[in-house]
Design a protein around this ligand. Structure first.
Ligand code: HEM
Ligand code: SF4
Length: 218
C-alpha cells in the first residue's frame, strides 16, 4: 500500500485495524488520519509509529526506552522516548512528549488552538492530547533536535512546560465560576497565584518529591 502524496509504503496493521471496529471512537483511526492527511513529515512519523505499534502487538513487547531531554534552564517537562527498533521504523525513532501547562479553567480560543496545531505540525508529529490525567496538554512525538524550537514557539504563545519526575506537577482548575453555579471561590485566580508562587519547584526542584495543586470550586 503506497501513500499517494509521499510515495512511501504504508505499514500493514492488521491487528490495529481490528481496534477500529465496534461503536466507540478508536485512537487507531486518529493516528491513521494523521498518517493519511497530515503534512509530509507528520505522515512519515505516523506511518512508522503505527508500524512499530503493530510490531509491539506481534511481539507483545514495548520497544521504547527513556533518557534525559529538556530545554535550556529546565530540569523536566519533557518525557523522552527513543525507539529500540529505530532501524525498522526510522521516522518515529525519537518520539518525545512535551508536557505543557493548560490555561487555568481550561479556557482556550479557537485561534489559540489553531496556533498550537500549527506549531506541532511544524515541529512535531501533529498528535496532541487534550489533556493528560495530570492536566497537561500533551504534545506527543518530537525529535530531540525539535524540542527546543517547539518549546520556544509555544512559549512565545504564552505557554510553559509542565512538571515531570520528582517535582511540583502541573496544576489544574475546573471551569468553575466562569460557568458553574456550584463554584464557591475564584478557582482561576487561586490556581495562577499558587503556581506562579511555586513555579521554581517545577522547573528547578529543590525537593525530591512529587506534589500537586488542583482546584475545584465546590
Ligand atoms: C495515541 C497515542 C497516545 C496517547 C493518546 C497517549 C496518551 C497518554 C496520556 C493521557 C498519558 C498520561 C499523561 C498525564 O497524565 O500527564 C501518557 C503518558 C505517557 N505516554 Fe503516552 N500516549 C500516546 C502515545 C505514546 C507513545 C507512542 C509513547 C512512547 C513513545 C508514549 C509515552 C508515554 C510516556 C513515557 C508517558 C509518561 C508516563 C509517566 O508519567 O510516567 N505515549 N500518554
Ligand atoms: S468542580 Fe465543582 S465548581 Fe468546578 S465546575 Fe465542577 S461542579 Fe462546578
Amino acid at each position: 500500500m503506497k501513500d499517494d502524496q509521499t510515495g512511501t509504503s504504508k505499514h500493514e496493521t492488521p491487528m490495529l485495524d481490528e481496534l477500529e471496529g465496534g461503536k466507540w471512537p478508536s485512537f487507531v483511526t486518529g493516528l491513521k488520519r494523521l498518517r493519511d492527511e497530515g503534512t509530509d513529515s507528520n505522515r512519515a512519523i505516523m506511518n512508522d509509529l503505527l508500524g512499530q505499534l503493530e510490531h509491539s502487538y506481534e511481539e507483545k513487547l514495548g520497544f521504547w526506552k527513556g533518557g534525559a531531554i529538556s530545554v535550556l534552564g529546565y530540569g523536566g517537562g519533557v518525557i523522552p522516548r527513543f525507539s529500540e527498533v529505530a532501524a525498522k521504523y526510522p521516522a518515529s525513532k525519537e518520539f518525545h512528549t512535551l508536557r505543557v501547562m493548560p490555561p487555568a479553567g481550561f479556557h482556550y480560543s479557537t485561534d489559540l488552538l489553531r496556533s498550537m496545531a500549527d506549531i506541532w505540525e511544524e515541529h512535531g508529529s501533529g498528535l496532541i492530547a487534550f489533556h493528560g490525567q495530570s492536566g497537561d496538554i500533551m504534545f506527543q512525538g518530537c525529535a530531540s533536535d525539535k524540542v527546543q524550537p517547539a518549546f520556544d514557539a509555544l512559549n512565545e504563545l504564552g505557554f510553559d512546560l509542565g512538571g515531570a519526575g520528582p517535582a511540583l506537577r502541573t496544576a489544574m482548575s475546573c471551569v468553575g465560576h466562569a460557568r458553574c453555579e456550584q463554584s464557591c471561590y475564584d478557582e482561576v485566580r487561586a490556581h495562577r497565584t499558587m503556581i506562579n508562587a511555586f513555579l521554581d519547584e517545577m522547573h528547578r526542584p529543590s525537593l525530591p518529591y512529587k506534589f500537586k495543586f488542583k482546584f475545584s470550586g465546590c
